[in-house]
Write a protein that binds this ligand. Sequence first.
Ligand code: E4P
Length: 218
Amino acid sequence: MKLYLDTADITAWHKCSLTSAIDGVTTNPALVAECNKSYETVLSEFSGVIDGPIFAQVTARTASAMIEQANRYHQIHSSAIIKLPATEAGFTALAELREKPISAGITVCFTASQAILAGKLDASFIAPYVGRMNDNGQDAVHIVKQILDIYDAHEFDTEVLAASLRNATDATELSAAGVDAITLSPSVYESYLHHPQTTASVTEFHQIWEDAHDNADQ
Ligand code: E4P
């Protein structure tokens, strides 16, 4: 299973990637806008430091403009993975891009039917937006499990990348269900690292260890 960090902030990347558990980065226009940088700048910054996948989302609205943007991203980083929205323009761009040596998939997915279209078009990934589905009153975990079943039953190669995850509970349930990848915001990633009982138990071990050595020294 791949684990990605969902950020456009290179400082957050440096901080979270210290454990080396993270395989790459996913970005989107909102995350890039928060950094007050151009998409191209963010992509260049990450290209210099990340070995693994870097996902870059198009901001264009028409299929032809999306394809141009995908080409530009590809020139900046030849293994950038292009995120196209699950819209008519996005699916049209995907169909054209699969004729080129550019890896592209579908993001902002809210339904299993969008995932079927992505699978039919050989998308490299489908990114169901778990948190936003739940916000919308949908049962996101159930829908992502349906997508996994459909891809399995029909042998689609498209990878399922669970995105828009707001908590570790949904992320771990979907990991257990067999998603190919998850992307976590730096704060949800932090919640993977820390548990108060782990901190308390480690503190207790340190205390016992130090007491035992103090006694041995006397
Ligand atoms: C995934 O690639 C997206 O960048 C992301 O997970 C969107 O999540 P949001 O709902 O927190 O914006």
